[in-house]
Design a protein around this ligand. Structure first.
Ligand SMILES: NC(=O)c1ccc[n+]([C@@H]2O[C@H](COP(=O)([O-])OP(=O)(O)OC[C@H]3O[C@@H](n4cnc5c(N)ncnc54)[C@H](O)[C@@H]3O)[C@@H](O)[C@H]2O)c1
Length: 352
């Protein structure tokens, strides 16, 4: 298949592209603006393949999107391009509305125009796969799980913009018959994760001897999924999912933030002990909470398991060990980000 991946230079997009190049015969075209979060270095392992192509472009630019689709003639559009960091959405929500809402609208319009021009099997097999988040469902109490029918209740500018984009995708499916698929996934982690996000931020700051900031009292719960397992789920959905359907994707790995941070510290204590022999956990500091911080997310991923046979392949403990190893062995990748793009400072405090 020919698969156009928007946001393919990001964390999850690049994991999907590396997977498709390494483990399938599919052809891939990455369409990515290369914002602060887009890194060609994350695509380096795939870039030598003659089944890989790259176009630098903005999903809000209808003509650029149209031209890329017309040239590549994709059978699948996997739409991952987005502004993805909740803290940045608190500081600057406008970019989130523009990219996540307007950009998704542009993608849908261009996909629709292209799909309408297809015929026969090409038209029947085309899929527009929108990649979204469990954060659209809001915040859970101590019990309960998000299912595909949980009502939307987004709380942050990020999750509100993703919820809006999900609604547009659903509307283009119902109103125009565009064969859409949607996945709502829990928190991802793993190699090539931009250092603004909790797990790489903690690893890198620990190694640099800096305080390890934990928001509030650290009791907020997230479900964690190793990014390669997410990429495998995305492939299962666009290859075999039923058009018009939504699938929740999760890791069966609920953890409190403080326990995630402690697990990283314990792993580093074993693999790269501090010079002074003290535990990395001594660097933990509790800081002002994120405004509107959702208490708990948890996913019921029964549907994708029953329909498509997908399950996470790694436990959280295995995934964290692998991730810590990757950051220890690939400091060139993240040091280049620290030098030029982001120095792990606090974002999203919403002062004033
Ligand atoms: N990270 C998670 O835990 C998680 C969980 C569930 C769903 N998601 C969703 O998965 C998708 C990918 O997330 P990620 O963590 O890989 O994000 P990321 O921030 O790492 O990457 C986003 C990519 O999109 C590109 N991009 C941004 N604006 C663009 C534009 N206007 N035009 C073209 N490209 C643009 C960036 O350059 C970057 O390569 C997002 O839609 C996100 O909402 C993420």
């Amino acid at each position: 298949m020919r698969i156009l991946v928007t946001g393919g230079a990001g964390f999850i997009g690049s994991a999907l592209v590396r997977r498709l190049i390494e483990h399938t015969e599919h052809e891939v075209l990455v369409f990515d603006k290369l914002t602060y979060a887009g890194l060609l270095s994350s695509l380096e392992p795939a870039s030598k393949s003659n089944r890989y192509g790259f176009v630098q472009g903005d999903i809000c630019d209808a003509e650029a999107v149209r031209a890329a689709i017309a040239d590549f003639r994709p059978q699948v559009i996997a739409h991952l391009a987005a502004e993805s960091h909740v803290d940045r959405s608190i500081d600057g929500p406008g970019e989130f509305v523009q990219t996540n809402v307007v950009g998704t609208f542009v993608m849908l319009q261009q996909a629709l125009g292209y799909w309408r021009g297809l015929e026969g099997e090409d038209k029947a097999s085309f899929r527009f796969h929108h990649i979204s988040t469990d954060e659209v469902f809001g915040s859970l109490g101590e019990t309960g799980l998000f299912t595909e029918t949980t009502p939307y209740d987004p709380r942050s500018p990020y999750s509100a913009s993703k919820a809006a984009s999900d609604h547009l995708v659903s509307a283009w499916g119902h109103t125009y018959g565009l064969p859409v698929l949607m996945t709502n996934c829990s928190n991802n982690y793993g190699p090539y994760h931009f250092p603004e996000k909790l797990i790489p931020l903690i690893i890198i700051r620990a190694l640099n001897g800096e305080p390890l900031p934990v928001y509030g009292d650290g009791s907020n719960v997230r479900d964690w999924l190793f990014v390669d397992d997410h990429a495998r789920a995305l492939q299962a959905v666009f290859e075999r999912g039923r058009p018009g359907q939504t699938y929740n994707v999760g890791g069966n790995a609920e953890r409190r933030n403080i326990d995630v941070v402690r697990a990283i510290c314990a792993s580093l204590d074993r693999k790269r002990p501090r010079a002074d022999g003290k535990p990395y956990a001594d660097q933990i500091t509790f800081v002002t909470d994120r405004p509107g911080h959702d208490a708990r997310y948890a996913i019921d991923a029964t549907k994708i398991r029953d329909e498509l046979g997908w399950e996470p392949s790694k436990t959280f403990e295995q995934g964290i060990e692998e991730t810590v190893d990757w950051y220890l062995n690939n400091s060139d990748w993240w040091q280049a980000i620290l030098d030029k793009r982001y120095k792990t400072e606090r974002l999203g405090v919403a002062n004033g």
